[in-house]
Design a protein around this ligand. Structure first.
Ligand SMILES: O=C1O[C@H](COP(=O)(O)O)[C@@H](O)[C@H](O)[C@H]1O
Length: 293
């Protein structure tokens, strides 16, 4: 009698554990709307997006620096850098405490850091060099600017970047997400391609499914250049805040899929539909990008 009670009790515990343990994984798979608050901000022009984005980033920077003395920002490449232009104009240019920023890249092309295709180079020329002398990029990049190691292969560069993130987590420069165990950046600034790709996670490539690595690589990117490294979704979706900064008519179809529900072309889900912050996800759209909503 006692033995059968014991086995029934043990079976019940195992059943409950089996139900509870996968919840962490299920959490990562849940559609963004059920995980995070999603804000959709639509503006009449790209210029208005740039103005709103500058205020949004400056406010988050201020809050984070007041609370914990630093602000970790993850940049994308592409059109985002141009849309950040108002952040390096007054009043933000002088008000933002640039020296407290830690700058990372959500993806990077594996090319020399002075190559025009390098996301680091584009951000340096178009944004960082205009922000403040504290961030002035004199080679090698200052310690608070986390450029990739451009002397390595795509695989080596991804491993090197992941190892550096692990070290920053270990020394508590970057906190860790309790939900995922991944680094928890304060702000992730994402762009999106017309095919719905974010970072270098493309619809037809397996990197978008990576769940273990923090940083992975691709050597056959559908968008040139072919060799890149990229954060994976577990890291992207562990950020406190994510801004999807999306402008122009060529992305209107992907925006419709991302925010209107449904699948992408050929029945595939688009990577942009998998983006979800631990805090809030905010879409910044201009009229053209939002034209099919
Ligand atoms: O190749 C890339 O593309 C995306 C989207 O770029 P956009 O110019 O269409 O905004 C960008 O977010 C990513 O960082 C970049 O490497």
């Amino acid at each position: 009698m006692a033995a059968s009670f014991f086995f029934a009790f043990r079976r019940a515990i195992f059943t409950i554990a089996k139900l509870i343990l996968p919840l962490g994984g299920l959490y990562m798979l849940m559609p963004s709307k059920s995980r995070a608050k999603t804000n959709i901000l639509k503006f009449k022009s790209e210029d208005q997006v740039a103005a709103a984005l500058a205020k949004y980033v400056a406010d988050l920077s201020d809050k984070s620096i007041k609370e914990k003395g630093s602000f970790s920002v993850v940049l994308s490449g592409g059109s985002l850098i141009h849309t950040l232009r108002k952040l390096v104009e007054d009043p933000y240019k002088t008000d933002v405490e640039w020296s407290k920023w830690l700058i990372f890249w959500v993806d990077e092309r594996v090319v020399p850091l002075d190559d025009p295709e390098s996301n680091f180079k584009q951000a340096t020329d178009g944004f960082i060099s205009k922000a403040s002398t504290n961030l002035l990029p004199v080679p090698p990049p200052p310690p608070n600017i986390y450029a990739i190691n451009d002397k390595k292969s795509p695989k080596g560069a991804a491993e090197d970047y992941e190892a550096r993130l692990k070290n920053l987590v270990q020394i508590k420069t970057i906190p860790v997400s309790k939900a995922s165990g991944c680094p928890k950046f304060d702000l992730m600034l994402l762009g999106m391609g017309p095919d719905g790709h974010v970072a270098s996670l493309f619809p037809s490539r397996p990197q978008r499914k990576e769940k273990k690595k923090w940083v992975t690589f691709i050597t056959d990117s559908p968008k040139p250049p072919p060799s890149r490294i990229t954060f994976t979704f577990p890291v992207i979706n562990s950020a406190s805040e994510i801004a999807m900064v999306v402008t122009g008519s060529e992305v209107a179809d992907a925006v419709k899929v991302a925010l209107g529900g449904g699948r992408g072309w050929g029945g595939t889900t688009l990577p942009c539909t998998e983006v979800s912050a631990e805090g809030e996800l905010t879409w910044f759209l201009d009229k053209d990008a939002a034209s099919k909503l």
